[in-house]
Design a binder for this molecule. Structure first.
Ligand code: NAD
Length: 346
């Protein structure tokens, strides 16, 4: 018979199969905090589905996992609607992906005459925790929320208040009238080992990795449990800003933002750099890959961003992720062994 419809049918079946698996993995990861496959396997399927949908646009569905962020908020928590959506990041795995990212930024920012402006980049770590939004009014922490599906997250204010690294009141005389900080809650490796040792002692289920331990510890209905878990926080973004009476302006670059956060007493990670080209970004990636094991927390890659907020705005977003940033992920061998080890123990 005609090979074309057959080919199409196979592609449709494949897409359906990928979507089914990815939806299941999303639920296990984001809602239950208990993944059943390594991240690398998830990333592999995700990429296959993306490629399939690009090849056969008629197969793309509006509810495809390739268009969605995270998982639904648990009904046990109050829901928080995000004023500014909490999105994902586009992933890259190879040097070529980094060059392509820089090329796209240049194309997106070039003038009508084809002139490419100077573009400064920043690189920071891709923390393997969970995204959190912190809302400060007149310098006081008034709300904390998880990402959820990007539009609606969970109100975890009480739990967040137990994290010593997160200031309940910002430092300085003249706080902004409104500040919404975005960042990552994570568990350090040492605390993760201690927690799992304790879980073993109590004959309770162990956590698959620090990321799931952090998520499971934060999304507790009893904040006393969260308080025992020694969670940490690193800020990496800004969602909303309104100046206070004596305040000047919000920072205009990502690197200035992080320096300002430090002054306000908001933790930022010192492993960050500025770069002017794909090669310089790749230098950072390689340097961090070298010291990854020695870092006290887990990372699954580095994140590159265009430094200027004006340029970020000009580049904008594509469906579930910004065009001005990309995550460059590390290869995944260790993750495989971690998950397999756990499976053997269960
Ligand atoms: P992501 O984790 O790849 O990237 C987006 C997130 O990165 C942001 O929301 C933010 O929380 C975080 N982040 C960390 N450091 C950052 C920094 N310096 N700057 C900006 N953001 C930073 O995307 P995602 O949509 O949260 O999750 C997708 C990934 O999660 C997959 O690639 C996969 O690895 C994993 N996952 C695994 C399973 C599984 O079953 N194993 C299931 C779903 C997702």
């Amino acid at each position: 018979a005609d090979p074309a419809p057959n080919h199409q049918k196979n592609a449709a079946q494949l897409a359906e199969q990928y979507r089914h698996s990815l939806n299941q993995y999303n639920n296990e990861y984001y809602v239950l905090d208990a993944p059943s496959v390594p991240d690398a396997e998830y990333d592999r399927l995700f990429k296959l589905l993306q490629e399939l949908e690009a090849e056969h646009p008629n197969l793309a569905t509006p509810d495809s996992p390739t268009l969605r962020v995270g998982g639904a908020a648990l009904p046990a928590f109050q829901q928080v609607r995000h004023t500014v959506p909490m999105l994902s990041l586009n992933n890259g795995f190879e040097d070529a992906d980094v060059h392509a990212f820089v090329r796209r930024a240049e194309e997106g920012l070039q003038s009508e005459l084809g002139k490419i402006p100077a573009i400064a980049y920043v690189a920071d770590l891709k923390f393997d925790g969970l995204a959190i939004s912190l809302l400060y009014r007149d310098g006081l922490l008034i709300q904390a929320a998880t990402r959820g599906d990007g539009s609606v997250g969970e109100d975890v204010t009480e739990n967040i208040r137990t994290i010593r690294a997160i200031p309940l009141r910002l430092l300085g005389e003249h706080p902004p009238a409104l500040l919404e900080v975005r960042g990552e809650v994570l568990m350090f490796k040492e605390d993760f080992s201690k927690l799992n040792a304790r879980q073993r002692e109590l004959e309770l289920k162990e956590f698959a990795n620090p990321r799931n331990a952090a998520a499971g510890s934060l999304r507790q209905l009893d904040a006393k449990i969260t308080a025992q878990r020694n969670l940490r926080f690193f800020a990496y973004g800004l969602a909303q800003f309104e100046a206070g009476t004596e305040d000047s302006e919000a920072p205009v670059t990502h690197s200035a933002l992080l320096a300002w956060y430090s002054q306000l007493g908001i933790p930022v990670c010192k492993e960050q750099t500025q770069a002017a080209s794909a090669d310089e970004l790749l230098n950072f990636y390689r340097a961090i890959e070298q010291k990854r094991e020695q870092l006290p927390y887990e990372i699954d890659g580095v994140v590159y961003k265009v430094n200027s907020f004006a340029q970020q705005q000009q580049l904008g977003f594509v469906s579930r992720a910004p065009r001005f940033a990309m995550a460059h992920k590390f290869p995944a061998q260790e993750q495989l062994t971690t998950v397999l080890d756990i499976e053997v123990q269960v």
